[in-house]
Design a binder for this molecule. Sequence first.
Ligand code: PLP
Length: 405
Amino acid sequence: MTHEVHSLRQQFPMFSGPNPPAYLDNAASSQKPRRVIDRIQRYYEKEHCNVHRGVYKLAEQATSLFEDTRKNVASFIGGVDPREVIFTSGTTEGINLVANTWGDTHVQAGDEILLSISEHHSNIVPWHILAKKKGATVKFIPLDENLRLDWEEAQKLISRRTKIVALAHVSNVLGIIHPVKKLVELARSVGAVSVIDGAQAVPHFDVSMKDLACDFYAFSSHKMCGPTGMGVLYGRQELLDAMPPYKGGGEMIAKVTIEGASWAELPHKFEAGTPHVAGVIGLGEAIDFLRSFDRKAAFASDLALGKQCFEGLKGRKKIQVFLQDVNDWVGILSFHHTSIHPHDIAHVLDADNVCVRAGHHCAQPLLRSLNVAATTRVSPYIYNNESDLQKFFEGLEKAEKLFAK
Ligand code: PLP
């Protein structure tokens, strides 16, 4: 174990004490470092207050903490204007927000929404709902034989009818990094807006909105060492300004009369009601944590574990790893066992305190295109070590013995 992994791992209470879990389900959610847990506790113990309301010191302090975090997020995603940072409950809400506001305003009958086949259901279902309501069509870019986005097909599928192009930055099943920048440019060339699902990207590497030049980008705090129920939607100011609000309520208004209401300025127009203040402050702490070490080195270490896992599974009888190479990849690995169901593998591993995910990973269209109903997924992160991987392989061998026919 490198020094970095060792010292990072020590900061996570989940891994202290005897028999810590070999937690390899980080694509579902990451564990939390002590400083994030403590920060949230301190907020509730000594700093809690509603925000943007009270005029007393405690309330002003809570508001400052909340708005300072917005600035922190804005800088973390490449130095955007803080007004372009909308706090949400997660990636799912961010994408639904765009579908229900920009989508509802601009998508008409006959229009098309272009996705990839490897999207998470969060980046499919909101578009299905919108398309059904509007009489639009959802189209899917297939993957090529290397499981990369089929670029030729993408170019064929996109047209002036395309109003929205929505794509995961990183696939939650295959771990592949999609060529987002290229697709954003393609979307722009036909006048479509781009919506990027960054749920699996932000936990692993730095992202820059300026570099990607996308219109919207959504991600979740809980996959990047922050609290659950918290997320971010970045949107280009010009688009956000022109969009109607998503939810109505307190905080998102400029004025309410018995006849109607007018909307607050950005970003508050999209943040109706009392926000998840503790979640915001916890996310800020998670960002500070992620910035407190060499992220590239940490990423290299979790990627190395992913590669070891890929190499260890690739040559095995009865196992299909789908991926042929691990270029442009974050280390998330799904595999199919020809004679053991993923749930059985996961249960046998669980008996030895090894946590992996088994199922369709909320990506049924992708799994159908891979001709499987479920896979087992191993997703290492910055605090995993070789011992975790060794326990996984030992558990897999146990499962193979147990289910040998
Ligand atoms: N998109 C991707 C690629 C994901 O992996 C996930 C969660 O697993 C989501 C979206 C949904 O994220 P959340 O449940 O935090 O809203």
